[in-house]
Design a protein around this ligand. Structure first.
Ligand SMILES: [Fe+2]
Length: 229
């Protein structure tokens, strides 16, 4: 009996934060105020708080409860991947909100300057679009582009599978967090509704508490030396 053994997967972590609706509304109001105070953004592109001067949300008082909840989920994520959290320090390096209105999207990108990234869906109306994850180096792709979803329309892919597609969409629910390696290419699906989709993202850097004996992973910045020191 033949069988597959699946190795080298990309594992996307999903969970709910179960934040109280009135607390979420407080954060939504805060983000919409930031958006309203910003200059007009590009046509068809979502409002991105990080490029509008709001890239350190974790410094704001009203976001403290949110970031405590997210920190716990990120520890759960790395533990589920098999890592020993006792040896690691975690830092939110930047964090921002996105506001996506009808017809808007966020193009394909990755956050290569960090280790772990996430999207938390503060407001996620029906029809407001999910998130696509993309790879150009799928281990199962025996010819570049062979497992592109459009190949299904051509009849080339008989039995579509999340395990082989080079682009896979996830449609998170409101109050859900999606955690993934920062190097993962991702893009959002255009919104088809009038109520905005509001998400919060952050980039997280992990470093070893004690790097003695380790060749990989970042040594703790507390031991670094500035050029200007
Ligand atoms: Fe992103």
């Amino acid at each position: 009996m033949s069988k597959f053994v699946h190795i080298f997967p990309l594992s996307i972590y999903r969970d709910s934060l179960t934040l109280a609706p009135d607390y979420r509304q407080q954060l939504i109001d805060s983000i919409l105020q930031m958006e309203a105070a910003s200059q007009k953004k590009s046509v068809d592109r979502a409002w991105l708080g990080d490029t509008a001067g709001h890239e350190f949300l974790f410094q704001r008082e009203e976001f403290q409860e949110l970031f405590r909840a997210i920190a716990q989920k990120i520890r759960d994520y790395t533990m589920a991947l098999g890592m020993n959290n006792d040896l690691l320090d975690f830092y939110f390096q930047r964090s921002w909100a996105t506001v996506t209105r009808r017809g808007e999207e966020i193009n394909e990108h990755a956050h290569n300057q960090s280790n772990i990234s996430f999207a938390y869906y503060l407001q996620k109306p029906a029809g407001s679009g999910g998130i696509n994850f993309i790879t150009y180096d799928h281990p199962n792709e025996i010819s570049p582009g062979a497992f592109t979803p459009s190949k299904a329309d051509l009849g080339f892919i008989d039995r579509p599978s999340m395990l082989t597609w080079n682009t896979v969409g996830i449609n998170p629910k409101e109050d859900e967090i999606v955690i993934f390696p920062s190097k993962t290419l991702h893009a959002t699906v255009p919104s088809e509704t009038d109520q905005p989709r509001i998400s919060i993202s952050a980039d997280v850097t992990t470093m070893l508490r004690d790097s003695r004996g380790h060749e990989t992973m970042m040594p703790n910045f507390k031991h670094w030396r500035s050029f200007d020191a």
